[in-house]
Every structure is written in structure tokens, then in C-alpha cells.
Design a protein around this ligand. Structure first.
Ligand SMILES: [Zn+2]
Length: 65
């Protein structure tokens, strides 16, 4: 585990690893809320990134959403 420092694509500030609840749209009329999802949150603005290792399993298993 290293301390990777990733920069915000919007403002260039540091991103910090945190966990949050995120809504995902699964159908035209339906969303699911994923709880305690690890994300990289900008310390300076509302921008955030989903790390690849979080996003990829979700995309592979859309039926779970
Ligand atoms: Zn930012």
C-alpha cells in the first residue's frame, strides 16, 4: 500500500480516499444507492473519482445493481 497522490481533474487539488453513498442510475426510472463506496474525494471542490478497482467489478456485474 503506497500513498498515491492523485490530483483533481477539475481544480488540481489533492484527492483523499473516503467512503460515501452514491446513487447509480440502473434504468430510466430506477436508481440504486451503493453505500460506503470507497471514492477519491477532492479536498477543494465536489469532484470525486471512483477508483478503477471499485468501478470495474460493478460494470462487470450490472445485474447486481
Ligand atoms: Zn477539485
Amino acid at each position: 500500500m503506497g500513498t498515491e497522490s492523485v490530483k483533481c481533474t477539475a481544480c488540481g487539488a489533492e484527492l483523499q480516499t473516503t467512503s460515501t453513498d452514491l446513487p447509480f442510475k440502473v434504468r430510466q426510472t430506477a436508481i440504486v444507492i451503493l453505500k460506503d463506496l470507497p471514492v477519491l474525494q477532492c479536498v477543494n471542490c465536489p469532484q470525486y473519482l471512483l477508483p478503477d478497482n471499485v468501478l470495474r467489478p460493478l460494470l462487470k456485474k450490472p445485474h447486481l445493481l
